[in-house]
Ligand binder design. Structure first.
Ligand SMILES: Cc1cc2nc3c(=O)[nH]c(=O)nc-3n(C[C@H](O)[C@H](O)[C@H](O)COP(=O)(O)OP(=O)(O)OC[C@H]3O[C@@H](n4cnc5c(N)ncnc54)[C@H](O)[C@@H]3O)c2cc1C
Length: 475
């Protein structure tokens, strides 16, 4: 069979993963990004690994949470634990005292934890039952399901205005380590991304697609994956004969980077550490510490206030073309005075729940866009608690698709789903499945026992490069 060529446009969490997975299956991959490096876009805003998916409680809706739990296990199976800051750190999820004013009553929170915990155990059992995995590797890589959640008291963690909480295994992301690892993987697979390269047109030519790049080169491709986040909207407009867009919404969000003051107070250091989620929209706030302070050095953390007053900056309809304002804000931020008021409201909200943050120093807002597709229970994609896998088939023959990862956490799983789709379209052997009637019932334990990058380590130089590129190099 002749070698198949795929062009992937966009080198975020999804584009890099789908490229290396396809290349591992013998496909020749061309990875194109208009940025000077990989893992830009929304991926730079992701700070937290969600193995427990306790973030999305909605009555009787488990699809989002399931894809995050399965996504977390896939991500660990594909890449190991090196992309986590401190794998043993716990995340805490709290129910705000005002939760009844949002659409998250305590009962749904509890129902969600119970469901996710059981689902996690089932998936974990799948790994244990798979003859392709060693028990010791499972123990080293995955979180133990018996520790999935434990009730915690808010006063022990300096948290106020909440009524209930659980602690779950989770960690903040060491995106610098992931960046270095992804670069090493691409390098090992012989994929040299085309950096700083725009796409000018995507045309059908005979049985192939021709991707015309801003360098003038025309790349012949059997299939094309648009993995450029919300820029997929603009790219789809360049595809000859593109079909209409399905409904969905893009959200422009901002996460606030803060410095934690140096301190020799062990109690304050303890309170600063870990991640606290109180996720009841405007009745909550998230605080994630990525670096503890010491007596002489500042620490670092990120705060997200899930409200239009705080981190939820803008909304754009999928049907009305490319959201030009998003690009401007992501690059330049909001107007200084407007941004200042967002920052103040985010800090005020954080202080309500986590009073120990009174001395933090705001550094900058990091902006990015996330997508929710419309479903039967999420009309037009407006409900952010539903973030399900979606794939837009851009051309009638299905050989040009547009895709984005709902979370960093499930980007590897989404990449496997997209790989499965493309392999099928190109009549290549698919990935192993559990149910013959469902091509997307991927057998993750079996797949990740042979298709994985756990042994590939990134270089310290690339880690530093990432920190420098993102203004995160701290002393
Ligand atoms: C504020 C915020 C906080 C978040 N926090 C978390 C979190 O804590 N945990 C979590 O799991 N997820 C989090 N997410 C979600 C996560 O960041 C996204 O789901 C994920 O990054 C999407 O990955 P992607 O590869 O689909 O898109 P992106 O990460 O947006 O990547 C798209 C890539 O395409 C490139 N590109 C753009 N235009 C073009 C073009 N014309 N040609 C070529 N390339 C192009 C970009 O440079 C970029 O590298 C957060 C998102 C935001 C906005």
């Amino acid at each position: 069979m002749p070698l198949r060529n795929i062009t992937v446009i966009g080198a975020g969490a999804l584009g890099t993963s789908v490229s290396s997975i396809l290349a591992s299956r013998g496909v020749k991959v061309r990875l194109v990004t208009n940025d000077p490096t990989i893992l830009t876009g929304a991926t730079t805003a992701a700070k937290y690994f969600h193995p427990t998916a306790t973030e999305y409680p909605k009555k009787d809706h488990f699809e989002t949470g399931k894809s995050v739990v399965e996504g977390a296990m896939t991500q660990l199976g594909l890449y190991g634990r090196g992309f986590l800051h401190d794998p043993e750190k716990k995340g805490r999820f709290w129910v705000s005292r005002d939760s009844s004013k949002s659409n998250l009553p305590v009962a749904i929170f509890q129902e969600n934890i119970k469901f996710m915990s059981e689902y996690y155990s089932t998936l974990h059992d799948g790994f244990l039952g798979s003859s392709s995995w060693q028990r010791s590797d499972i123990e080293n890589i995955f979180y133990d399901p018996t520790n999935f959640s434990r009730e915690v008291r808010s006063q022990d963690f300096g948290v106020t205005k909440v009524i209930e909480g659980v602690e779950t295994p989770s960690s903040t992301l060491d995106m610098a380590a992931f960046y270095a690892q992804q670069k090493a993987i691409l390098n090992q697979l012989g994929i040299t991304p085309d950096y700083n390269t725009d796409t000018v047109a995507i045309k059908k030519l005979g049985a192939e697609y021709e991707v015309e790049l801003s360098t003038g080169e025309k790349v012949a491709s059997d299939a094309v994956i648009l993995a450029a986040g919300y820029h997929n909207l603009k790219l789809a407009e360049l595809v000859q004969g593109a079909s209409p867009l399905p409904p969905g919404k893009w959200f422009l969000n901002g996460i606030l980077q803060v410095k934690l003051p140096p301190t020799n107070d062990p109690e304050l250091i303890r309170l600063y550490q870990g991640t606290n989620f109180t996720l009841q929209q405007e009745h909550g706030c998230m605080f994630a510490c990525t670096k503890s302070p010491t007596e002489i050095t500042e620490g670092e953390a990120f705060i997200y206030y899930p409200s239009a007053w705080g981190s939820q900056i803008n909304i754009h309809d999928n049907l009305s073309g490319f959201p030009k304002g998003f690009d401007y804000t992501i690059k330049n931020g909001l107007h200084e005075t407007v941004e200042y008021s967002y920052v103040n409201r985010i800090l005020d909200q954080a202080n309500k729940f986590y009073p120990f943050l009174s001395e933090v120093r705001p550094i900058k807002m990091v902006y990015g866009a996330v997508y929710s597709s419309a479903t039967k229970t999420n009309s037009l994609g407006s409900d952010r608690r539903e973030r399900v896998f979606s794939r837009r088939v851009v051309t009638g023959d299905g050989l040009v698709i547009a895709s984005t990862a709902p979370k960093f956490t499930n980007s590897g799983l989404k990449a496997l789903h997209d790989t499965q789709y493309i392999l099928d379209k190109l009549d290549l052997p698919g990935l192993p499945i559990k149910d013959d009637n469902d091509p997307y019932s991927l057998d993750i334990p079996l797949i990740t026992s042979s298709l994985h990058f756990r042994d590939i380590e990134g270089s310290p130089k690339d880690k530093v490069e990432y920190l420098q590129n993102n203004g995160l190099l701290t002393v």
